[in-house]
Design a protein. Structure first.
Length: 315
């Protein structure tokens, strides 16, 4: 989309936090300007609704240039906040899909938290409400800094965090803004109050298993793009993990799969909603908490040969 008329330079805007997701940065600007997410997007020269998924996969060169002229951010800084950042490793279909990036990827990628985000409440509190892009990938299941499993549901209302259809912008950086009263299938009732539970006060599950931390760090090394050789190896290893997990989710028994895992993780797997006639892990990837998803990744990691530097087999 071409710029129309002179571009109005915004004042000093908050710099992106290291690893921050684009929508989080937009909401940070919204909080700074005391406007809604929609108004913040318009101030940045980005059209469309305030939907969570509108501007997070890819921005055109014209939009990048508009952001640079309005905010002073370099294109590389913006690209680091978009899902396209992971195209060389975890999300190769984004590179292949190019112009249609925003639609098919949301539908076809089970490892993407399409409509919400997980979070480390301790990180959210320490950063003043910044949400990381890596939290939007189900490959990220714990915070290696605070040694806690990520949270993806509000303990008060039980609904997902940072929901894409909420247009309150800045509010959900620090609080659950899902409707306190749901109407029908979950749509917001006009004028309904929101849950409002503070993210920083959400209880966390401590990581008590060294294997979980090792696997998370090694998977994170695979996710982060580097040179061509690293990216190619990372894609292959991640695909091996995916194929192993796909096989595991069709197993009819959990026998031996959860060996040596800590009790809370095993409990999280058993608590994942499913049907009695389905394989026990079949719904874990889709509906499980980050702690439950960690079990899938760890099961697969035990059978994969890690060939990337610094990503040896779990110890």
């Amino acid at each position: 989309m071409a710029e129309e008329g002179p571009v109005r330079r915004l004042g000093v805007v908050p710099a992106p936090f290291p690893g921050e997701a684009f929508v989080s940065w937009v909401d940070t600007i919204a909080a700074s300007l005391r406007v809604s997410r929609t108004a913040a997007l318009r101030a940045l020269g980005l059209p469309g609704s305030a939907s969570f998924s509108t501007h997070q996969f890819h921005l055109s060169p014209e939009q990048m240039e508009g952001l640079r002229r309005r905010t002073g951010l370099r294109p590389a800084q913006v690209e680091r906040m978009l899902f396209a950042f992971y195209a060389p490793t975890a999300l190769p279909q984004l590179a292949a899909d190019n112009g249609r990036i925003g639609q098919s990827a949301r539908v076809s990628q089970p490892w993407l938290r399409r409509d919400h985000s997980a979070a480390c409440p301790l990180c959210v509190e320490a950063s003043g409400g910044r949400w990381l892009l890596s939290w939007r990938l189900k490959w990220t299941f714990l915070c290696a800094d605070h040694l806690v499993y990520l949270v993806d549901r509000c303990p008060r209302c039980g609904l997902r965090l940072y929901w894409r259809l909420e247009a309150t912008g800045a509010g959900q950086r620090t609080h659950c803004v899902r409707p306190a009263v749901r109407n029908g299938r979950g749509g917001r009732r006009l004028g309904a109050t929101v849950c409002g539970f503070p993210v920083a006060e959400m209880p966390v599950l401590s990581v008590g298993d060294e294997e979980a931390v090792h696997v998370q760090r090694r998977v994170q090394a695979l996710l982060t793009p580097a040179d061509v050789s690293h990216n190619e190896t990372s894609r292959c290893l991640l695909q091996q993990l995916v194929l192993t997990i796909r096989d595991v989710t069709h197993r009819t028994t959990l026998a031996g799969l959860l060996d040596r895992m800590e009790g809370p993780v095993i409990d999280a797997v058993h608590e994942t909603l499913g049907q009695p006639w389905q394989p026990p892990l079949s719904w874990t990837l889709e509906r499980g908490t980050p702690a439950a998803v960690s079990a899938l990744v760890r099961i697969a990691a035990r059978s994969v040969r890690w060939d990337t530097p610094g990503a040896g087999p779990p110890g």
